[in-house]
Write a protein that binds this ligand. Structure first.
Ligand SMILES: *Cc1c(COP(=O)(O)O)cnc(C)c1O
Length: 368
């Protein structure tokens, strides 16, 4: 690609789906204290996770996360490794107990990956499937075929690739509800008490790649399989403060800065309000004429990942090239679906979304 024609103030705007942008203030702070963290004359990457300073970071970051999400007392918070895909295995290995099956909702790419991995450890039954609609909506909850002897019900609240998000928390009819919140945790307030396990890789909306958040209800801690690897074992890691093995210290540190930043922004209610305005603005542009399209049922549209296509698909490579020239980066859709996708996580300022919408309007005027 040619040299970029930068935005007026020299900024480029990053709409990457993940790893995704971090708040500018977080990167600035990490830069400022990179060589000398906490007066230790070493970077946070170069000191013991068992030292006073890192233990304080660990405790404070957990408290900040608990404050942000209002996590009840009877939940443990773990900072693990292995990503969301690691949790696709960790969930059955930890909470299967003596059950032989679990219920899974198939809402697209990431739920399918979770089902495939879960299938290695138990009978992963698909109880609701969005496939027939091309994952543009999901069957009514009354049609889900939940089983009362399932070990858990697993779903993906926000499908990062397809751009479908659940507008409600499903009723799991008494079995523990498990959610892959990799691309939506911390984007809005959440009733944690509805869940047995919440997990999320950090690189979308929490921090940088390398740390995986797990929030698990106490009563699920003593059901792990003897074959569960120790590093994935919720109870072992909970007992050890997520330090059974060396934790991903740098990723944990970045997440701790993001939690402080979220608090400084007014917490998750404030983030939700901004995120709602950003999504409305972008979908408003897409829906305004037939030039752009997003086919997800409006009630099921993601506020974090907005896929769109051009009615005239032959214009798409031109759109992407001109967007990049104008400083709007990483808008190319996932290779599995093509088209375009704008990911607009917490760290994307409202004004950047408005700038993108202006660019899209301008592009339409020229080529529509
Ligand atoms: C990105 C993503 C994953 C994969 O996460 P890894 O950390 O790469 O394992 C899984 N689920 C969802 C919803 C995602 O957005």
């Amino acid at each position: 690609m040619n040299a970029l024609i930068l935005q007026p103030k020299g900024h480029v705007y990053n709409f990457s789906a993940g790893p995704a942008p971090l708040p500018r203030a977080v990167l600035e702070q990490a830069k400022d204290e990179l060589l000398n963290w906490n007066q230790l004359h070493a970077s946070v990457m170069e000191v013991s996770h068992r030292g006073k300073a890192f233990i304080r970071l660990a405790e404070e970051s957990e408290q900040d996360l608990r404050d942000l999400l209002v996590i009840p007392e009877n939940y443990r918070v773990l900072f693990l490794q292995g990503g969301a895909r690691g949790q696709f295995a960790a969930v059955p290995l930890n909470i299967k107990g003596d059950k032989t099956s679990a219920d899974y909702v198939n809402s697209g790419h990431w739920s399918q990956s979770a089902i495939k991995e879960g299938q290695r450890y138990l009978n992963a039954r698909v109880v609701a499937d969005g496939k027939a609609s091309g994952f543009t909506t999901m069957p009514d909850q009354r049609e889900w075929r939940l089983s009362s002897d399932a070990a858990y019900l697993h779903y993906t609240p926000n499908e990062t690739i397809g751009g479908l998000a659940f507008p409600f928390i499903p009723d799991s009819a008494g079995v523990p509800l498990v959610a892959d919140m990799s691309s939506t945790l911390l984007s809005e307030p959440l009733d944690v008490s509805r869940f047995g396990v919440i997990y999320a890789g950090a690189q979308k909306n929490i921090g940088c790649a390398g740390v995986t958040l797990v929030i698990v209800r106490d009563e699920l801690l003593d059901k792990s399989s003897p074959f569960c690897p120790a590093i994935l074992d919720y109870k072992l890691q909970a007992d050890k403060g997520s330090m059974y093995n060396t934790p991903p210290t740098f990723g944990w540190y970045i997440a701790s800065l993001v939690f402080k930043w979220l608090k400084s922004q007014g917490g998750l209610k404030a983030m939700a309000a901004v995120n709602k305005r950003k999504a409305q603005k972008l979908y408003g542009m897409i829906d305004k004429s037939g030039f752009y399209q997003n086919t997800i049922n409006t009630a099921w549209r993601s506020k974090m990942n907005v896929p769109f296509t051009l009615a005239d698909t032959s214009l798409e490579s031109r759109f992407l090239a001109e967007a990049e020239q104008a400083g709007f980066l990483y808008l190319k859709g996932h290779r599995a679906v093509g088209g375009m996708r704008a990911s607009i996580y917490n760290a994307i300022p409202e004004q950047q979304v408005y700038a993108l919408v202006n660019f899209m309007g301008e592009f339409e005027r020229r080529y529509g």
